[in-house]
Write a protein that binds this ligand. Structure first.
Ligand SMILES: [Cu+2]
Length: 129
């Protein structure tokens, strides 16, 4: 005896529903950064990261100076003393003084301001001239 019910379309529908849980849609993605990735900017005092989702206050960044002019063997140097605040989809980093000339690597972690607290992270570099 053969099945008369079309099994394949039902399976496809079940798989499609399972492949896109609503939690995955709430994961914050970086949509804009100032300074932008790979940009060269004049000594900034503020860094701004805009995400696709509302952010929880535990979102933040780490900032490391990776190179500076006239220093051949520059070890990664963590930058401290800034404040990071979230407001809606925007994370604003306020530096106590303009960043010195050099190359920086910014690593961000963003947590969605929803019950599931979806977390994402990434990093990029920029230059201060
Ligand atoms: Cu340095």
């Amino acid at each position: 005896m053969r099945f008369s019910v079309p099994v394949v379309p039902i399976l496809a529908a079940v798989l499609a529903a399972g492949a896109l849980p609503s939690a995955a849609l709430a994961r914050p993605a970086l949509v804009k950064a100032v300074p932008a990735a790979d940009a060269a900017v004049t000594r900034p005092t503020t860094l701004t990261l805009t995400f696709s989702e509302e952010l929880a206050p535990v979102s933040g960044i780490d900032l490391v100076m990776t190179a500076m002019p006239g220093m051949a063997d520059h070890k990664p140097m963590p930058i401290k003393g800034f404040t990071a605040k979230t407001s809606g989809k925007v994370l604003t980093v306020a530096l106590p003084r303009p960043l010195p000339v050099g190359t920086y690597r910014l690593s961000w972690h963003a947590v969605g301001n929803t019950a599931d607290q979806d977390r994402a992270e990434g990093s990029y570099s920029f230059k201060v001239r």
